[in-house]
Design a protein around this ligand. Structure first.
Ligand SMILES: C[S@@+](CC[C@H](N)C(=O)[O-])C[C@H]1O[C@@H](n2cnc3c(N)ncnc32)[C@H](O)[C@@H]1O
Length: 271
């Protein structure tokens, strides 16, 4: 791999710890339930074409890669971190297509132009030092009618902005998370526009359950309870979150957002 910037080397170092955190998280049923619900919502934004070629950008331990393999002919995952990639456990039994894993940089994708029908990028964009460069690469490798589905921390609610500011001062900052990096709706749309992309749909996600279930190391409340009780509380909190995600105005104050994005030239041509 070519020489990496200091930012990218820091990302590799941090994700050695994150890979461990992901392994620990897999041991908590309430956290797994939460991840599965988020993944199902992301997958619901993707098309159903079995012949499609899909890419999981910044795939990490491949938490969504088996879902892509189940649905599409090709599921390719790319990530910079060796430790994250080695955390991937393939489930070939129910796969529709083949899985390819690549170690590489999202800012300079070693992939041909117009190669993918579907690109999924879950929680990876905010780890980039130049998001527009990455999104420009996405636009290049996406087929004209291809789809990018992106999941990212949202930063529209002032109280959550304050919580992120406080977390940045915590001990684990830069080791297992960088949660101060998150985008407002306006910031995301501006970055897409600069990269030649346009948003078609948005799903808001994560209010109370997000804070307690996404990263049990960061907010260690449920992991201290008996497993069954923690799982039950997690289920109740997720049900409350599902309601909040439909309340006008309030729904814009979620911790997380999911976007269905197209190439701007294709979106214009369809109108
Ligand atoms: C928070 S993790 C998300 C992983 C996975 N998508 C998920 O949702 O579990 C962010 C991922 O981005 C990867 N990453 C950071 N910088 C990268 C880069 N320049 N190119 C490729 N992957 C990168 C990290 O190694 C890490 O696996």
């Amino acid at each position: 791999m070519p020489e990496l910037s200091e930012h990218k080397q820091q990302q590799i170092a941090m994700h050695k710890e994150v890979a461990e955190m992901y392994r620990r998280r897999a041991g908590y049923a309430f956290a797994q339930d939460f991840q599965e619900e988020r993944n199902a919502l992301l997958m619901a934004l993707l098309p159903q074409e079995r012949e499609a070629r899909s890419l999981d950008l910044g795939c990490g331990t491949g938490i969504t890669l088996n879902d892509l393999a189940r649905r599409f002919r090709v599921a390719c995952g790319i990530d910079l971190s060796h430790e994250m990639l080695t955390g991937f456990v393939g489930r070939s039994a129910d796969a529709n297509g083949k899985v390819l894993l690549l170690r590489g940089d999202m800012g300079k994708l070693p992939l041909q132009s117009n190669a993918f029908d579907v690109i999924l990028c879950r929680s990876a964009l905010h780890h980039m030092d130049d998001e527009v460069a990455v999104l420009t690469e996405v636009c290049r490798i996406l087929k004209p009618n291809g789809r990018l589905v992106l999941g990212e921390p949202a930063n529209d609610f002032p109280l959550f902005r304050l919580a992120r500011w406080i977390a940045k001062r915590g001990k684990s900052y830069g080791k297992i998370h960088t949660i101060d990096r998150a985008y407002t709706r306006g910031q995301l749309r501006a970055m897409f526009a600069r990269a030649g992309l346009a948003v078609e749909r948005e799903t808001r996600f994560g209010f109370i359950a997000y804070a307690l279930c996404d990263n049990p190391d960061l907010v260690p409340i449920l992991k201290k309870l008996p497993a069954g009780l923690a799982r039950g509380i997690g289920a109740v909190l997720r049900a409350i979150d599902r309601v909040l995600a439909h309340v006008p105005l309030l729904k814009n104050w979620s911790w997380y957002t999911m976007l269905d994005v197209r190439r701007a030239d294709a979106a214009t041509a369809r109108r």
